[in-house]
Design a protein around this ligand. Sequence first.
Ligand code: PXP
Length: 247
Amino acid sequence: MIQLGVNIDHVATIRQARKTFEPDPVTAASLAVLGGADVITVHLREDRRHIQDRDVRLLRETIFTKLNLEMSTAQEIIDIAMKTKPEQVTLVPEKRQEITTEGGLDVISQKKTIMDAIKRFKDAGIMVSLFVDPEENQIAASKDAGAQYIELHTGNYANAKDMATRNKMIEKLQAGVKAAQKLGLRVNAGHGLTYQNVGLLVESLDVKELHIGHSIVSRAVFVGIKQAVSEMKELIFKHNLARKFTV
Ligand code: PXP
């Protein structure tokens, strides 16, 4: 069964709009776990636009599911991750002006930096996932750099405006999964996934975890986060039954 990673960054986005104490992403994480989240994900950005250092610290103390820390390779953030010891870190590119992560990591051009970071994490027993586009050369570079996981960027699938493009993106992601599995990498996927587009992805891709944030937090505004997570879990379960392959 595909595991659900819930990204709670945007609970912190609402809090930071007023720089106050509510809503607390730490409370959201506990409720997300009650709703069935298998993984809790937060992105501690260098500009601290949503998640704060205190959130990461408290999440580590209160969340006993897998904690996945999304981050850049900035030294300051690596040091925080080493202290926090999440089960997994996902390295992502980070640009100051972007609204959200815009594309996968260029592992090829930053191999040395990424390799050094991976080595530190692995020595500390922290699993490393690299967020990459479904491109064979980036996937191969991820393996070379020492990552255990990749997270395939599903943004182009999510943004597809018609069925033909959507199917093409699915084929691209499927090829990416195959290439990664051949190299012995474990594969996650995420970005831009919603209650509307998650089904086809679950039916088509052999992945371990789906990482979903904005859509779940948006629904949570109306139905609460526990229910929003459990509705997403149910969708994944239903479409899992219709999968075209077995794992
Ligand atoms: N995976 C990664 C690596 C991300 O950077 C993000 C966004 O923070 C997500 C998944 C979740 O994307 P979304 O909020 O669009 O569901």
